[in-house]
Design a protein around this ligand. Structure first.
Ligand SMILES: [Zn+2]
Length: 157
């Protein structure tokens, strides 16, 4: 009976020392994960993603320009002309949006050279892999972005 209790006690001691080392491991792991936030493979992944997206947009803009040139016929019917004009306006709007996105991607790609890709432009903390996966051109962390959006809304309102 006495021996049994003693063993139990010993076990508890061992358990707590195990917990401590486990806790320690967790800290170490967290530390090395922080160092690995923007490691080579993450950087390559996002650079690739951005370059592919940019190339796709450039191709899309090129295609749309050719299509518009091909379709640019002078319709005698004013309704046909109006429809054509509307579709051209929409095309131009899309092209403008794509163009802006290309510029944003180029700006983001420069960050790889400056070695600050993935960090908030405002406060400098990590933007986070998940957020970057959803929006690789994000240049603010979620907190700064939220503040910016609130300010933006106040400007409008
Ligand atoms: Zn921030």
């Amino acid at each position: 009976m006495f021996n049994g209790n003693n063993m139990k006690k010993k076990e508890t001691v061992n358990m707590s020392s195990y917990k401590l080392s486990d806790f320690h491991k967790k800290i170490l792991k967290k530390d090395s994960m922080a160092n690995k936030y923007m490691n080579e493979s993450n950087l390559n992944y996002f650079r690739n993603l951005l370059e592919k997206h940019r190339d796709h947009l450039i191709k899309k803009i090129g295609k749309s320009t050719i299509q518009m040139q091909n379709r640019s016929v002078n319709f005698p019917d004013p309704i046909d002309r109006a429809v054509q004009e509307e579709s051209f306006n929409l095309e131009l709007k899309n092209r403008n949006r794509d163009h802006k996105l290309i510029q944003k991607i180029e700006k983001t790609l420069k960050k790889f050279k400056e070695k600050n890709f993935g960090y908030c432009e405002n406060c400098g903390i990590e933007i986070g892999i998940q957020r970057l996966k959803a929006r690789p051109t994000a240049d603010l962390c979620i907190d700064c972005k939220t503040v910016e959006e609130i300010k933006e809304r106040q400007k409008i309102g």
